[in-house]
Design a protein around this ligand. Structure first.
Ligand SMILES: *Cc1c(COP(=O)(O)O)cnc(C)c1O
Length: 292
C-alpha cells in the first residue's frame, strides 16, 4: 500500500499565469487521501517495527485523518480506535470510519483537550496500542511529507500548501532545506491567527527561514468556515478545471494563488506548484452549502 509512487503533476490553465502546476496528491488514494497518505507512510512503518497492533487517534467528526487512519488500519490488518471531539453524531465520514471497523469514542471538548490522559487510560486497558496525534502530527509524518519535494521540478519558484497543524508544511520546508532549493514555500493556514503555524513547524524544522512565507489572511472566518465568495470559487474552479477541491483546505489555498496572481505577486515565467492535499470527502460536510 505505501509503496513509492509519484502522484501526477498537472498543468493548470490560468488567465495570466503560464507556469501553474498542481501536484495531484489527491489522486494517490480515495480514502487515504493526499497528505494523510504521506503522513501515515512512516507512521505505519514505525507501528510495524514496534509490533503494535492497535492504532489510537483523535479528531473532529469531519476529520480526513480519521477516515485515512481507519482505511489504512483495515488494509494493514490493524485495529483502530478514534476519540472523536464533541457529542455523538453520525455523518458520511464517520460511516466510512465504522465500515472500516474503527471504534469511535465520542468525548466532550474538555476531555478532548486532555488527549494524552485519554490515551493513557485507554492503553492501560488494551494491549499493543500506538498513539497517533490529531491530524497525524509527528516527526514520521514530517518525513513522509518531505518526500514530496523530490517529486517536484527543481526550478519550482513557489510552492503552495494549506495548513491545519503545519505538519505537511514542516515536511515541505524540510525537503526544500535538505535539497538546498530556492523554492519559496507559501503556507495558507485555514484557521484564524495562522501565525501559530510557524511555531508548530519550528518543532520539526528551522522555521526561521526566508523561504517560508505564511499567508494568514485566507482563513475565510476560521476552520471549516466559508463565505459565499469561497463557495462560488469552488464551483467555478471545479467546473473550469474538472478538478474537485475541498472547502476546508484546498479551496482556500487555490483561492490564495488566484488572488496573489491577480495582485501581480508572481512574474509570468515563474513556475508555481500548488500541492493538492486531497480531503475531498470534506465536500460532504458542506453539501447543503454547495448544492446550488
Ligand atoms: C489534514 C489536511 C491538511 C492539513 O495538513 P497539516 O499537515 O495538518 O497542516 C491540508 N489539506 C487537506 C486536504 C487535509 O486533509
Amino acid at each position: 500500500m505505501f509503496t513509492d509512487l509519484h502522484s501526477p503533476l498537472q498543468q493548470l490553465k490560468h488567465s495570466y499565469l503560464s507556469g501553474l502546476w498542481v501536484k495531484r496528491d489527491d489522486l494517490i488514494d480515495p480514502y487515504i487521501s493526499g497528505n494523510k497518505w504521506r503522513k501515515l507512510k512512516y507512521i505505519l512503518q514505525d507501528v510495524i517495527a514496534k509490533r503494535k497492533t492497535h492504532l489510537v487517534t483523535f479528531g473532529g467528526a469531519y476529520s480526513n485523518h480519521l477516515v485515512a487512519t481507519a482505511s489504512a488500519a483495515a488494509r494493514s490488518g490493524l485495529k483502530a480506535t478514534a476519540f472523536v471531539r464533541g457529542e455523538k453524531v453520525n455523518n458520511e465520514m464517520l460511516v466510512l470510519c465504522s465500515l472500516y471497523g474503527m471504534e469511535l469514542i465520542f468525548i466532550d471538548r474538555g476531555a478532548y483537550k486532555e488527549k494524552h490522559a485519554c490515551y493513557a487510560e485507554y492503553s492501560a486497558k488494551h494491549a499493543d496500542t500506538y498513539f497517533i496525534d490529531e491530524g497525524g502530527a509527528c516527526a514520521e509524518a514530517v518525513l513522509g511529507c518531505a518526500e514530496i519535494i523530490a517529486e517536484l521540478p527543481q526550478d519550482t519558484a513557489h510552492l503552495f500548501c494549506a495548513a491545519g497543524t503545519g505538519t505537511t508544511a514542516a515536511g515541505l520546508l524540510q525537503g526544500i532545506q535538505k535539497a538546498g532549493l530556492k523554492t519559496k514555500l507559501h503556507v495558507i493556514p485555514v484557521l484564524k491567527g495562522g501565525e501559530f503555524i510557524r511555531e508548530e513547524m519550528s518543532g520539526y524544522v528551522s522555521a526561521d527561514d526566508p523561504r517560508l512565507i505564511l499567508h494568514t489572511d485566507y482563513h475565510f472566518g476560521g476552520y471549516a468556515k466559508t463565505t459565499p465568495g469561497l463557495l462560488d470559487f469552488i464551483k467555478s474552479f471545479t467546473a473550469k478545471h474538472g478538478m474537485l477541491i475541498d472547502p476546508v483546505y484546498t479551496a482556500k489555498m487555490f483561492f490564495s494563488v488566484n488572488d496573489l496572481a491577480f495582485k501581480g505577486y508572481f512574474t509570468k515565467e515563474e513556475k508555481i506548484v500548488a500541492l493538492h492535499t486531497g480531503g475531498l470527502l470534506g465536500i460532504m460536510g458542506m453539501k447543503d452549502k454547495l448544492k446550488d
